[in-house]
Design a protein around this ligand. Structure first.
Ligand SMILES: *[C@@H]1O[C@H](CO)[C@@H](O)[C@H](O)[C@H]1NC(C)=O
Ligand SMILES: *[C@@H]1O[C@H](CO)[C@@H](O)[C@H](O)[C@H]1NC(C)=O
Ligand SMILES: *[C@@H]1O[C@H](CO)[C@@H](O)[C@H](O)[C@H]1NC(C)=O
Length: 434
């Protein structure tokens, strides 16, 4: 993780950019783009018309669009935790999942004489620099210590009927040996955080929303202002902003304030202050579509684990294997007889945000471990994990717990809204057949 500050001249306005990048592990599949509904927004001249499209959820959320002229199809991970969008760019045509800048007449690399390249770049491992062709060269670093190199560039992003020219992104050379699964299906990542260089900020969208279905593994993404009365009311929680930079606080994330966690009616017996960021910024709560599950700081995770264990002791059998920790971070797993239909009734887990409660209920509280069986049992694990084991100093609300939840990121009003909804029927109402 690193921070970068850039100055850019764009649309006759100066923007100070704060670039943030972090690693994502992701696998994904391709889904079709559906017709867009375009309406104009009178009050914001720089705002693009709203865009509506379907996307795919598997381990990551992905959207399919086209980039360049003529259009090249790309599949990008939708990541509310990242700023700079990037595409796998190889200088020569390679795999189908690679965007080829040489075959796009609208591809324009950012020259290193541009103000984008001239300011100090704390978010990249090393400041953006001049390559031998005098183009802006950037290095993005991942949390797993790998990094990718490439050029900052502009090209047209195409959503069926709506073309967005001049989108700034990183045209990156990815070492394909490092991440085969991701490389094989995903062309890149679309950065959706609040940083100035993110896709949503560049396009000036006042808000965006998404709704992820359960079983179908698809969803709908809406960029811009849509006003559907059937969607109301959403419960809103304010976004937390801090004015001073702190080492562990990501100021361009969608940060909200967690105030407690409930299992059925029982609030975990912890002080509210445990959910607040400390003087280093550690302990912020982020809504992150780039992370699959939800992670809690150690003491909170332990309290939740104990309470959930207690309340499920007569319906679920714990999988006792001290050496098994699902994905290295989830250590509460259960054995469930394969012949049983569905899971037993589980207690709801509610995340109590300031002003709004998000209820995680039913089968999404557990995830089946693929390929692991014990006798006649399947193994299921609790879908909350321990941030400490992940090596992060934050609470992260992942997309798994946002299923069948309308999620609205209201940038204009600095708040995040949500409501339980069947995303498949919401999509039907929107004219998108998932
Ligand atoms: C999800 O991704 C995994 C790993 O790539 C793949 O095996 C699985 O088929 C995918 N599921 C769907 C529904 O696409
Ligand atoms: C959306 O609908 C609400 C309720 O009908 C209304 O108050 C609000 O002004 C509308 N917003 C826009 C942007 O049309
Ligand atoms: C659990 O949450 C679901 C969804 O919010 C709700 O319909 C259900 O009534 C809750 N169950 C209990 C026991 O509170």
């Amino acid at each position: 993780m690193a921070t970068l500050h850039l100055l850019l001249l764009s649309n006759n306005l100066f923007f100070i950019f704060s670039l943030f990048f972090q690693a994502r592990s992701s696998l994904s599949s391709i889904n079709a783009i559906l017709p867009l509904k375009v309406q104009s927004i009178p009050s914001r001249p720089l705002t693009k018309p709203p865009i509506k499209l379907s996307f795919h959820r598997n381990v990551s959320l992905t959207i399919t669009l086209a980039v360049g002229s003529p259009p090249q199809p790309v599949t990008m991970v939708l990541d509310t935790g990242s700023e700079l969008s990037w595409l796998h760019c190889k200088k020569a045509p390679t795999t189908p999942s690679t965007y080829d800048p040489l075959h796009s007449t609208s591809y324009t690399p950012v020259p290193c004489s541009s103000s984008i390249c001239m300011t100090r770049t704390r978010d990249f491992t090393v400041p953006a620099s001049c390559d031998p062709k005098k183009l802006c060269h950037a290095t993005l670093s991942y949390a797993d210590a790998t990094s990718v190199d490439g050029n900052l560039a502009y090209d047209t992003f195409r959503f069926t009927d709506s073309n967005l020219p001049g989108v700034i992104f990183g045209c990156m050379d990815i070492d394909s040996s490092s991440n085969e699964d991701e490389d094989s299906v995903t062309t890149g990542l679309i950065g959706m955080n609040r940083g100035s260089l993110s896709f949503v900020t560049q396009m000036g969208y006042p808000k965006f929303s998404y709704c992820i279905t359960g079983q179908d593994s698809t969803g709908v993404l809406m960029l811009g202002e849509f006003n559907y009365t059937w969607l109301r009311p959403l419960a809103y929680t304010p976004m937390v902003k801090i004015s001073t930079p702190l080492p562990y606080f990501d100021r361009v994330a969608y940060t909200v304030q967690l105030e407690g966690i409930k299992v059925a009616g029982t609030v975990l017996p912890l002080p509210k202050s445990i959910y607040e960021p400390d003087h280093t910024g550690a302990g912020q709560t982020m809504i992150d579509s780039g992370t699959q599950f939800t992670f809690l700081l150690g003491p909170v995770y332990t309290a939740l684990r104990n309470e959930f264990l207690k309340q499920t002791s007569n319906v679920l059998r714990v999988y006792e294997d001290p050496n098994f920790v699902f994905q290295g971070v989830m250590d509460l797993c259960y054995r469930v007889d394969r012949s049983r239909v569905g899971l037993p009734v589980l207690p709801n887990v509610s995340m109590m945000f300031r002003g709004a409660e998000m209820v995680v209920s039913g089968e999404i509280l557990l995830v089946k471990v693929a390929g692991l069986t014990k006798g006649s049992d399947d193994v299921y694990c609790f879908t909350f994990g321990n941030s400490d084991l992940l090596g992060i100093e934050a609470y992260v609300i992942g997309h798994h717990h946002q299923q069948n939840m309308w999620m609205e990121f209201d940038l204009a009003n600095n708040r995040v809204g949500f409501a339980e909804i069947r995303c498949d029927s919401a999509s039907q109402k929107l004219g998108i057949d998932l």
